[in-house]
Design a protein around this ligand. Structure first.
Ligand SMILES: Nc1ncnc2c1ncn2[C@@H]1O[C@H](COP(=O)(O)OP(=O)(O)OC[C@H]2O[C@@H]([n+]3cccc(C(=O)O)c3)[C@H](O)[C@@H]2O)[C@@H](O)[C@H]1O
Ligand SMILES: Nc1ncnc2c1ncn2[C@@H]1O[C@H](COP(=O)(O)OP(=O)(O)OP(=O)(O)O)[C@@H](O)[C@H]1O
Ligand SMILES: NC(=O)CC[C@H](N)C(=O)O
Length: 542
């Protein structure tokens, strides 16, 4: 059997670190050659990382890219296919391109034809669309190139097939959202089988700001069957053999698909670890309340960074229940995390004293609750300033949707771990994490007790919000499916409840606008893909 060995370089590339990324490309190309590969394929825009955003507009980018390409062209003994931005100054155009390098020179270049400009993507801001197919030859086979969004459309791969391609390489920067790998498998199988052409799909891995790239690179045969698949959420140099006589990939052992809850958990861990490490924080600080949100964040942080880089601070006030103190300490102990207690009576009471003459006879309301949250936020930020550690905030998607969080209080911090995770998913994730070890890291009572902000006596979240299963279902319909009030009521939800929830979501856009960034796991997160005007005259619920 005569074989072409391909290396699919499912790697992480730090945005903007062109020198570091070039070094990685050279090292991985050499490693792949030593393992017997004749060609190595890197992800979309590997040289700059994805998405490079306005770094693409810096005039100093082009010389850096040219220097990097010269180094890549000098790689010997293996064909290298790599994604990079191409600035065509003569024609005042910029392309999202893939270059083919071999025997000391660049042998070809392909420009992405379909530029995504929906959801989290903004490529039309930066790139011009390519118009031509590109096919190059290796080992007597015609190999076509595509870049990410191209494969989500029918025409680009069909044109390659019509032009005689035997095999298609797809370079990707395809971000994670729940169920995305299943979607990719279905799409790629269909594209391969409807065109009767095998394809190799190489994805990026690692997190960038709010986006998580989950890998899951694939080799798919012309009958649509998956021949090989790389792991998820980790770097891998996947070697696949392509039988040149049969024009098929040699099948490898199939990977088990990850359950949804496991993929969400891994996405959050990767997001925290890459955000903290790439921003060069020595560690993180979490306000640990004894509640489920901060408990889950603590477990995620420990899995991402190791226990010795995580600090928990319990800040009791007079409404903090004894079991909250016990549970917070138990969590820290079980996870082996440094645990501190900083009570906030003095701070809150002093605030209250100063404000008393100004408040005159104004009745007690949420103001007094917010002082507690703000005292805690101030303590956490002081620790961050003093020791250089990042404060992780814990607000989940349900709370961020309805504004159930205090500005400059529990919203203070640099990265909001659960920002795109509904409260009902928080429970599933906590149970999932507990199932991984014999002794659950989150005490059972934290999961079973009714959630409370503990900002006044006997308070529970359900005093002011519908039960979380109802709230989350309404939020999902309104936020992720753009459903109207009438449509939600048509689904059986109580009209007054839906009205109340929609009103809260609309009224709290300003909070989300100034909230910390957090990892995106859904198809509609509060970051790039949901942009509402703060001031507007829209009628709620339509
Ligand atoms: N459109 C707009 N554009 C810009 N700013 C706007 C604004 N509307 C209000 N504001 C500002 O926002 C302020 C109100 O926001 P804020 O100060 O946060 O206070 P607020 O939203 O009134 O109260 C916080 C709520 O979150 C709940 N909470 C707090 C802490 C933790 C938890 C939990 O369980 O996790 C829940 C608490 O029970 C209360 O219901 C206004 O006083 C005003 O200054
Ligand atoms: N007593 C406390 N000590 C330390 N941090 C606290 C305390 N109370 C609240 N916090 C911080 O503020 C965040 C908001 O918590 P709060 O208890 O008000 O609501 P929650 O959304 O139910 O969160 P949790 O489930 O973590 O309690 C907590 O996740 C935690 O980080
Ligand atoms: N970078 C891209 O072109 C990605 C777009 C593509 N639809 C994806 O999410 O996989």
């Amino acid at each position: 059997m005569s074989v072409l060995t391909l290396a699919l370089a499912q790697s992480a590339f730090l945005v903007g670190d062109i020198a570091g990324n070039t070094q990685k490309i050279i090292e991985q190309s050499n490693a792949a050659r030593e393992k017997g590969a004749q060609i190595i394929v890197f992800p979309e825009l590997a040289l700059t990382g994805y998405p490079p955003e306005d770094l693409l507009l810096r005039p100093s980018l082009t010389p850096r890219i040219h220097a990097a390409l010269a180094q890549i062209a000098a790689i010997e003994g293996i064909v290298v296919v790599v994604g990079y931005p191409l600035n065509d100054t003569a024609h005042k155009k910029r392309f999202n391109s893939a270059g083919v390098f071999a025997h000391g020179a660049q042998r070809g270049v392909y420009h992405k034809q379909k530029l995504p400009n929906y959801s989290v993507f903004d490529e039309a801001r930066y790139f011009d669309a390519g118009t031509d197919s590109v096919i190059f030859e290796i080992s007597g086979r015609k190999v076509g190139l595509l870049i990410c969004e191209d494969i989500w459309h029918r025409q680009p791969i069909k044109t390659l097939k019509d032009n005689g391609a035997d095999l298609v390489l797809v370079l990707n920067a395809s971000p994670f959202q729940i169920g995305k790998q299943e979607l990719r498998r279905t799409l790629l199988s269909r594209r391969a089988s409807e065109n009767e052409i095998p394809l190799a799909y190489v994805n990026l891995v690692g997190a960038q700001d709010d986006l998580v790239f989950d890998g899951g690179s694939l080799a798919i045969n012309a009958d649509g069957q998956v021949a090989a698949e790389a792991g998820r959420f980790e770097a891998e140099l996947l070697l696949v053999n392509f039988d040149l006589e049969q024009n098929t990939f040699v099948a490898q052992e199939a990977l088990k698909p990850l359950p949804k809850v496991a993929e969400i958990y891994q996405a959050l861990v990767l997001a925290v670890s890459d955000y903290v490490n790439h921003s060069r924080f020595p560690g993180v600080i979490i306000g640990l309340s004894g509640g489920i949100d901060s408990a889950l964040c603590l477990a995620i942080a420990v899995d991402a960074l190791g226990a010795d880089r995580v600090n928990a601070v319990m800040m009791p006030y007079r409404y903090t229940a004894a079991i909250s103190m016990e549970d917070a300490e138990a969590q820290a102990q079980r996870l082996n995390v440094a645990y501190h207690v900083a009570e906030i009576h003095g701070i809150v009471d002093s605030f209250a004293q100063t404000l008393a003459p100004l408040f005159a006879d104004a009745p007690i309301d949420a103001t007094e609750e917010n002082l507690q949250a703000r005292a805690r936020g101030t303590v956490l930020m002081a620790l961050s300033n003093k020791f250089g550690q990042l404060v992780l905030t814990t607000g989940n998607k349900s709370e961020m949707s309805v504004g159930y969080a205090t500005l400059y209080g529990d919203m203070a911090g640099g990265f909001d771990v659960l920002k795109d995770v509904y409260k009902t998913q928080v429970y599933e994730l906590a149970k999932f994490r507990n199932s991984l070890e014999e002794t659950p890291v989150i005490p059972e009572r934290v999961i079973t007790r009714p959630p409370s902000a503990e900002l006044r006596p006997e308070q529970t979240d359900q005093d002011s919000l519908p039960p979380y299963d109802v709230l989350d279902a309404i939020l999902y319909g309104y936020i992720e499916r753009d459903m109207s009030l009438d449509a939600l009521v048509g689904q059986g939800f109580d009209q007054a409840t839906v009205q109340h929830v929609i009103h809260l979501v609309d009224r709290n856009e300003h909070k989300r606008k100034q909230s910390a960034l957090g990892p995106r796991i859904s198809g509609r997160a509060f970051s790039r893909e949901r942009r509402y005007p703060l001031v507007n005259g829209w009628t709620a619920g339509e």
